[in-house]
Design a protein. Structure first.
Length: 385
């Protein structure tokens, strides 16, 4: 039996993690659950899974109106809800599946309390990779940071199979999103509804827009740099529209290992939750005769400049990746709110990074300062558009 706290339990990843837990009632016990403002779903989850603690980050105690039958658990609100679920409540594992850089302090709190982190929240690594990896260095009792992102789970699994042999390159696959074949002119006028219609994956709104702009792949390049201690030139991105090969790793002998399967997040979520066991997920099997073919191509930097920006940020070092993430969070939200056009997401991030210049990211204070300054700059640029 493993006890697990789920931060962001009402989201796409959180609900799928609870579905895995429900499939294996003797294997997982839920210690804590948090949502931002979806009280209706959180109340249902608390009723079903009976955690010791539950929290709402986006609303106050007075606003929440906790039903009498749910007062058996310890309710927390605001930022304290995340920190308590991450590090205060006794548990083995903390699944960090909130969206955005708010995941960073939660990851650090979980590690400080000695918890194993199952990490879906890529923004934490992008913003504070150095700090996160520094507190995950102790692997004396097995891995303490297991990736949930499908590509990174695939790479992780390939590296386990390599039995300590060093890799030469990581081949990060990308579906290319709904606008893979659009011209730049067509991209200018795409709508939010079009951006939210991802061809292969069903995910939360922010990451779905990131997939359309390919900022998701930009974040994943930086995520891979930290998780696998990769040099930028060791990370290659391949457009693979079928999303069957979840990523690959090449070794010095020329061999390439890949992890394949139907595009279903329950597989990498369950892999992290039950590591090192493989358990039932109810995900469909990949039907290779129906898939027919797997294709691969390079990213077009003209239409999708985000990928190039990730390499630039890695080269610049310091807080560049943190500022890229912050500007993208703001621009992504601006696009979802209908304030800016699709191509302006990339333009805002580029201009923000140019204006910000070099900044350090050695301490949490520096990361927060760079994040806040980058958000301010991105919002200023957005307001003047
Ligand atoms: P969702 O938007 O579906 O869910 C986000 C969760 O976080 C919800 O529980 C939400 O609560 C909560 N939340 C939202 N804002 C805040 C906040 N400011 N503070 C604390 N909690 C908050 O996102 P996803 O599940 O799609 O993604 C979660 C993370 O996992 C992201 O970092 C994403 O990049 C990553 N990821 C997701 C994949 C996917 O398939 N969905 C794949 C790979 C990575 P409420 O419901 O109340 O708003
Ligand atoms: Mg991914």
């Amino acid at each position: 039996m493993r006890t697990i706290s789920i931060l962001g339990s009402t989201g796409s990843i959180g609900t799928q993690a609870l579905a895995i837990a429900a499939l294996h009632p003797g294997m997982f016990r839920i210690a804590a659950l948090t949502a931002h403002s979806n009280t209706r779903l959180l109340f249902e989850q608390v009723r079903a899974f009976r955690p010791q603690m539950a929290g709402l980050t986006g609303i106050s105690a007075a606003e929440a109106e906790i039903p009498d039958d749910l007062r058996f658990c310890d309710w927390r609100f605001g930022e304290e809800a995340l920190l308590c679920a991450a590090g205060g409540v006794p548990c083995d594992d903390v699944l960090v599946s909130v969206v955005g850089m708010v995941g960073l302090p939660a990851v650090l709190a979980a590690r400080k309390a000695g918890r194993r982190v199952l990490l879906a929240n890529k923004e934490a690594l992008v913003a504070g990779g150095k700090l996160v990896m520094a507190c995950c260095a102790d692997a004396s009792e097995g891995p303490v940071l297991i990736p949930v992102d499908s590509e990174h789970s695939a790479i992780y699994q390939c590296l386990k199979a390599a039995q300590g042999n060093p890799y030469e390159a990581i081949l990060l696959t990308a579906s290319g999103g709904p606008f893979r074949n659009y011209t730049r002119e067509q991209l200018r006028n795409v709508t939010l509804a079009q951006a939210l219609a991802h061809p292969n994956w069903s995910m939360g709104a922010k990451i779905t827009v990131d997939s359309a702009s390919m900022f998701n792949k930009a974040l994943e390049i930086i995520e891979a740099r930290w998780l696998f201690d990769a040099k930028p030139e060791q990370i290659e991105v391949l457009i693979h529209p079928q999303s069957i090969v979840h990523s690959m790793v090449r070794f010095r002998d020329g061999a390439v290992l890949a992890q394949l399967g139907a595009p279903d997040m329950r597989v990498p979520i369950a892999y992290a939750m039950a590591y090192p066991q493989r358990i039932e997920t109810a995900a469909p099997q990949a039907d290779f005769t129906a898939i027919g073919q797997c294709t691969f191509s390079a990213v077009d930097p003209e239409r999708f400049p985000a990928v190039g920006m990730a390499y630039e940020a890695l080269k610049a070092g310091g807080a560049a990746a943190c500022m890229l993430n912050a500007a993208n969070e703001e621009a992504n939200a601006g696009f979802r709110a209908g304030r800016i056009g699709f191509l302006q997401i990339g333009e805002i991030v580029t201009e923000t990074l140019q204006r910000m210049g070099d900044q350090a990211a050695d301490t949490l204070e520096q990361v927060y300062a760079a994040d806040a300054a980058s958000r301010r700059t991105a919002r200023e640029i957005m307001e003047k558009l």
